[in-house]
Design a protein around this ligand. Structure first.
Ligand code: SF4
Length: 527
């Protein structure tokens, strides 16, 4: 039976409040409205029947009006925990206008009870249930719950995302996905719960067809492989990267890539060479803690039995800078954690660090353990505006909360001090070997704007401790021109990180003040 017409409004929910991740000052500087484009929804869009009309609204970049909702037969929405409040609002608004609200994505998959008011719930990876959902709609059903079998989706059948729905000039970068799942066992991680521990990768041809599509549509610049661990299946990615490198070279390097990878990337020189040849410029690595015992207990064994700083320096020697994640609040943390964490960040020379408070995400091993131990806060899975930097520790920690918050404040103050940041940037730049790389960004790459006199002036005039940043900049202009793009980008990022770190410090101070207050105000309510 041929599918009938249906108008689908895809609405990507807003991330409310200040977050580490929105890089608002960088967006302003480059004229973008938000960092990343919504890859999940445009992938779902590609799975819908051809006869269905689809529009996309990203609430982080544009308004959702009554007229938009009035146009639609159904509104599809959903996202991560940080988007929970807006997702619920979109569902409410759609239903108030008499429209069917469909919710999918990671947060509803982990916490379906929160979204029980939606008309349809699509849980798990969409490929596994979308056909059943569309058939139900065609049959006249207007509510239901569809759940994909876990970890069973064959991603080699996933269609090319509808990149044509994106307004490229709204974003700093566009994401693509090569694989899902990660072989490791980190206790706090929800990726292995949502996507499994056996990474599933797309075919080389399929992945290059996605990049071809982006290229045909005229996009140039930064492309992020959103995989939670690109090197989860090393054999597959090593077979893919040479094809990617050839593809990029044949087209005169239209894209520069970033991704996330586990730290064992640094043990594999072949893999780092392949990534360098394919034009990867940045990798996010989860370091989490400086303490080997804490790493062992959180089941992040891949970070133990190694010199972490040397591992990071090795990645720098392949021309990729490292952004890293750190977390405070683990049970086994020592009193010295603030000092050892700052020392590691300094020794490794990682300018851009996400330092957050441990958050028990729904459905994780950590949450299950804390639940058994009776330590989870009620409402632990209900979002409050902010992120893990301002609203972590949704459980009773083993160390006194006061000590953790004081340590957290201490780490933020030292790591994001402008002089300290500038000096780490200087040391990182001295280790970053960009020889043998294309020296220029593609002429249509948005990040090329960083190099204009006007933007350099705006970056420098916005930075505190200007003389330290100037020294690094002038040294690089003369001696290391190949690192200029990375350098200017990380300087511009400080325009966001400096104010954001002060905001996160303020949030920690308010939590500390609430602990001292006569009527112990709940921490989240105080913010
Ligand atoms: S390495 Fe990253 S993606 Fe893999 S289990 Fe650990 S936190 Fe999750």
């Amino acid at each position: 039976m041929a599918a009938s017409a249906c108008r689908v409004l895809l609405v990507y929910p807003a991330f409310f409040g200040e977050t580490f991740w929105n890089y608002s000052e960088v967006c302003k500087l480059l004229g973008a409205r938000y960092t990343a484009a919504p890859l999940g929804l445009i992938t779902v869009a590609a799975m819908l029947p051809d006869s269905w009309q689809v529009r996309l609204i990203n609430r982080n970049t544009e308004e959702l009006t009554e007229a938009d909702i009035a146009w639609a037969d159904m509104v599809m929405t959903g996202g991560m925990l940080l988007q929970q409040a807006d997702t619920l609002d979109i569902i409410r608004r759609s239903q108030e206008q008499g429209k069917c609200a469909v919710v999918g994505g990671p947060d509803v998959t982990s916490s379906p009870h929160i979204y029980s008011g939606a008309d349809f719930m699509v849980l798990g990876e969409a490929e596994g249930v979308i056909d059943k959902f569309t058939a139900a709609w065609e049959a006249g059903e207007r509510s239901g719950r569809f759940e994909a079998e876990k970890f069973a989706i064959d991603v080699t059948k996933t269609p090319i995302p509808r990149f044509d729905l994106l307004k490229f000039d709204h974003y700093l970068y566009v994401g693509v996905q090569y694989s899902r799942g990660c072989p490791f066992t980190c206790e706090f991680c929800d990726i292995i719960e949502l996507y499994g521990r056996v990474p599933r990768a797309k075919t080389n041809q399929q992945m290059l067809a996605e990049l071809d599509r982006l290229h045909e549509l005229g996009y140039r610049g930064h492309v992020d492989f959103v995989d939670d661990n690109l090197i989860g299946n090393k054999k597959a990615v090593k077979a893919f990267l040479p094809d990617l490198a050839r593809w990029a070279k044949d087209r005169d390097y239209p894209f520069e890539f970033s991704t996330e990878a586990s730290i064992n990337l640094s043990d594999d020189t072949e893999l780092m060479s392949l990534m360098r040849d394919a034009n990867f410029f940045a990798v996010f690595v989860g370091i989490e803690s400086p303490d080997p015992e804490t790493l062992r207990l959180m089941r992040k064994k891949q970070n133990t039995r190694r010199n972490i700083a040397e591992s990071i320096h090795k990645i720098y020697s392949y021309g990729m800078f490292v952004n890293a994640g750190f977390i405070l609040g683990f049970d086994s943390e020592k009193e010295s954690v603030a000092d050892t964490m700052v020392e590691l960040i300094e020794e490794a020379a990682i300018p851009l660090c996400v330092v957050g408070l441990l958050y028990a995400l729904p459905g994780t091993q950590l949450t299950r353990r804390l639940e058994k131990e009776g330590r989870l806060h009620p409402q632990h899975d209900v979002f409050t505006p902010g992120d893990q930097c301002t609203h972590g520790l949704n459980f009773e920690p083993a160390r006194p909360l006061r000590e953790i918050l004081l340590d957290y404040k201490n780490v933020l103050e030292r790591v994001f001090d402008p002089v300290t940041y500038a000096k780490r940037l200087d040391r990182m730049i001295s280790m970053l070997d960009r020889s043998g790389r294309p020296q220029e960004l593609h002429r249509d790459d948005l990040r090329g704007k960083f190099g204009s006199m006007e933007k350099v002036h705006r970056i420098m005039s916005g930075l505190p401790a200007r003389e330290v940043f100037w020294k690094t900049l002038t040294f690089s202009v003369k001696n290391k021109p190949a690192v200029m793009n990375s350098l200017l980008m990380l300087m511009a990022v400080y325009l966001h990180l400096g104010p954001y770190s002060r905001y996160a410090i303020g949030a920690a101070e308010r939590r500390l003040a609430a602990l001292d207050g006569p009527d112990l105000v709940p921490a989240v309510a105080a913010e």
